[in-house]
Structure formats: C-alpha cells, structure tokens
Design a protein around this ligand. Structure first.
Ligand SMILES: [Zn+2]
Length: 479
C-alpha cells in the first residue's frame, strides 16, 4: 500500500523589537550576564502589571499581512497555564481566543510545482527563560533574560506532505519575514524554531492518522531527517505492528538520528486557557491598520520582475530578490551607477565572495549600496582598475563609513591616464628581460605574461589590463 505523510508546522519566530513584550527590559541578552535584563513584570512577581509593547503588535500585524492573513481588529491575550521552572509566573501570556492574524496563505514552489499552504493563525506570545544545567555542580540554574522576549507562533494547516515542501515553506517564511524586517529568523541563533506535527495515512484516505509532534530540531537539515525517520516509523507501525502509535510529543536526537517519546501530547484543556485580566484587549483602528499596511515592503516577486525589466537575467534577478539585504544593496548601488548589469555582477560575485570569505550571511551585510555604486562608477569611468576596485571593496567591508573616491586617491589606486608613464615602464621591463621578449617573438605566447605581470606591478595595478596588453605587444613588435 502507498502512504502519504501529512505535516503541519508550528514555527516560533523571535520578533526583532528592542524591548520585551510586556515591559521595557531589553529583549537582547546576547553577551550579557544571566538575569541582567529582568524586572518584576517579566519575572512574574505578584502584583506586577504587564503593558503591551505596541511595536510587538505592529510586527505581529506586519507578519500577518506578509502571509496574506486577516487581521483581528480586536486582539486579546490569554493565560496558558503550565508549570515549569523557566516560567516564573506559572503561566505563559499568549493568544488563544483572538490571535492577531488568521486564515493566511503562503505559496511555495518545489520540484513538483507551486502549492499553497494555509496558515491557521499567527499569535503573539512571550518566550520562557532558559535552564542552564551545570554538570560539575550537579545543579540547574535559571536565566530569565529571555523571559517575555516577544515571539510570534505561525501555525500552518496540515497541508505539507514532504521534507522538500517543509524546507520550501520555511525558506519562504524566512524570506517574507526578513523582507518585512520583523525578525532575524536564524535557526542556529534560536530566533526561529520549529515543531513538526506529523501523521501518516493510506494514500487517498481523508482520515488523519495518529499524530506525533516533534521538537528539538535546530536546522532545516535536522527537520528533514526527522521527517524521514518519523514517516518510516509510522509506516512500519501501521504495516508491521512494530508498535502502537500514540498521540505524543517526541524529542528528535539528531546525533543518534532517532526520535524519542517525551510525553503524551497535551490537549488545549490541559492548559486551562483563560483571558488574561491584566492585559487590555488591543483595538486596532483604521489609522493604525493602514499605517502598518503602508509600511509593507515590495514582495520578492515584484522586485524580481522589476529587475528583469532592467535587463537582468531571470537567474540574476531571482538571486538578488531572494534576500532583502542583497536586494537593497543592489538597488542602492544601481541608483548611484545607473548600470543594472554592473551593479548585479558586483553584488552577486564580488560582494558574495567577500561575505563567503568572512563566513558571513547575506543578512549580516552592512556594506552601503551607495558606496558600492560610487566604486562601480570609478571602474566605469576608467578611474580605477577592476583589480584595484576589488581591493577597495575589501576595505569597504572593514570600514562602512569609507568614501571609495577618497580611499582610491589616498592609497594610490587611481588609474594612470599618463600613457607616457606606461610607455616608460614597458620600455624598462622589456629591457630588463630580453629572454622573455625573445621567447614571445619566437612564438611562445605565454612569455608575455611575465612581462605583463612586471609592468602591472610597477604601475601598482593602476592601468586597464587590456590597454596595457595591447601597448606591451605593440612595443615588442616594434623592436
Ligand atoms: Zn522586564
């Protein structure tokens, strides 16, 4: 019998706000000591009163709009009760009855074509703290810096059916949320986390199988492995009766390549959701709604079409539009140099080369597109050679405030228009290496390279390579 896998995802994304969701503590604790960014509100002290951070609602709405959701104009917060040492209030403030966004749709593309994935809802909530296990002292510490850091949870309908589709969906979420600048979405940093709900049923059946929820996957590769393992486990259980499937939460161990039962899955009733009486309902009026809608970016597809209309290939246009950081760098550079092909080439090959060498992602790019455009102009105006322009690009990565024109002048990287100087250097080099000259004249074409290299070195790269080559050959032929 053939089986199909039915997958729904719950994706937690940390919102990139400065402060926490219900207090003014900093939401960024990277590099700080434990429990430095805490106050009575985020530590759940009795009598504390949370105040909703407007920016969190802005970002929640923006995320909802990017994923084609309807926005609930009255959105409310609820208490989700559970006890765990990293949750000081013994409940999590989340949204259950009226989440900020509902009924969305995300389009994905895989080798099988395009497909829509329905979004059930997006709700805003607070993160929990972190438990730090100290093996030497056989004790566990708790760090509340992450407590109340704002999250959105994006809940999809069970519309996904393979690891490939899950990967395409997660990549699409990342692209859209990064475009809206509401989140970093970096699984390795924990700013995007994903729980996978999976069941298996005979192909064609409309009845869902027994569902397992998998946690603890911290890369897309791990998620793909977990889906493949879990699908095989379910089919084995159904076909061979190797085990009785239960609705449960399972932990994925990526090193062992296995999933383990953690607990039987809680139902909503276990959490005793009820409206949080301390948090006022948030009413989104037309003015607020419109201001968020007006702040939405162009979608990647719109940018891609725009780039194609500038004369770029579909491949280049797609590469640029895939990342908002790269797209903006390209657009800013293009505004200055007005040459789409050059700007695209510089961004796709040279900027990417430097990023790769530094082990940086596109999202970490801080290079000013304007400065890149000025650098491209220096090349197009034959003021700086391409080789030297690459050196200036490296310098721009070290110091974002650098002015490429000034830098070129101060560091002797401006091309010489002085053909007299080039002639002089060529004459000296020819005189210094009669063997290479004789070899070249005797038909060894490669011999020119040594002479060319010496000239280039003496001219500090400040000459157009093609011009130098032509002048050098002419000089030898005149001998
Ligand atoms: Zn606080």
């Amino acid at each position: 019998m053939n089986y199909e896998t039915v997958i729904g995802l719950e994706v937690h994304v940390e919102l990139a706000t400065n402060s926490k969701i219900f207090c003014s503590c900093s939401a960024h604790s990277f590099g700080t000591d434990p429990n430095e960014h805490v106050c009575p509100a985020c530590c759940g002290m009795p009598g504390m009163l949370p105040v909703v951070n407007k920016r969190v609602v802005d970002f929640g709405m923006k995320a909802g709009m990017m994923l084609n959701c309807d926005i609930n104009r009255v959105t409310t917060f609820d208490k989700k009760s559970y006890y765990y040492p990293d949750l000081p209030a013994a409940y999590q403030t989340t949204q259950w009855f009226a989440p900020v966004a509902v009924n969305g749709l995300v389009e994905i593309e895989t080798s099988k074509g395009k497909k829509g994935v329905r979004i059930k809802q997006i709700h805003m909530e607070e993160d929990a703290g972190k438990l730090v296990h100290d093996i030497r002292e056989d004790t566990t510490h708790v760090d509340f810096n992450r407590t109340s850091v704002p999250l959105i949870e994006i809940v999809s309908q069970p519309d996904l059916s393979s690891a490939e589709e899950v990967e395409a969906y997660l990549e699409r979420l990342k692209t859209l949320l990064r475009y809206a600048k509401v989140a970093e979405c970096e699984m390795a940093h924990g700013t995007m986390r994903c729980d996978v709900n999976l069941s298996v049923r005979p192909e064609g059946s409309d009845k869902l199988g027994v569902r397992a929820e998998m946690k603890n996957m911290n890369s897309i590769e791990a998620i793909k492995r977990a889906i493949e393992y879990e699908t095989a486990r379910h089919i084995d259980a159904i076909e061979n009766g190797t085990e009785v499937l239960r609705q449960e939460t399972r932990r994925w161990d990526d090193i062992k390549g296995k999933s383990y039962a953690m607990r039987t899955k809680e139902t909503a009733g276990d959490y005793r959701y009820f409206p949080d009486p301390n948090v006022m309902p948030v009413v989104i009026d037309d003015e607020w709604f419109d201001s968020v809608k007006d702040s939405l970016p162009e979608f990647p597809e719109v940018k891609r079409e725009k780039y194609i209309s500038l004369g770029l290939s579909e491949y280049d246009a797609t590469r640029l539009a895939d990342s908002i950081a790269i797209a903006e760098c390209f657009e800013d550079a293009f505004k200055v140099c007005n040459n789409a092909k050059e700007a695209a080439n510089w961004v796709i090959s040279d900027v990417t080369r430097v990023l790769n060498a530094k082990g940086m992602t596109y999202e970490q790019l801080t290079l000013s597109g304007k400065a890149l455009g000025e650098l491209i102009n220096l090349v197009l105006d034959s003021k700086v050679s391409r080789a030297n322009a690459k050196k200036i690009l490296d310098a721009l990565f070290e110091d974002e405030s650098l002015d490429p024109v000034k830098y070129a002048e101060e560091n002797d990287l401006v091309m010489s228009n002085d053909t007299g100087l080039v002639d002089k250097v060529i004459a000296e080099v020819i005189a210094s290496d009669p063997k290479a000259v004789a070899d070249f004249k005797g038909g060894k074409e490669k011999a020119i390279m040594a002479l060319f290299g010496k000239c280039m070195k003496q001219l500090k790269g400040n000459v157009d390579p093609q011009t130098l080559r032509t002048m050098l050959i002419e000089a030898i032929n005149k001998l």
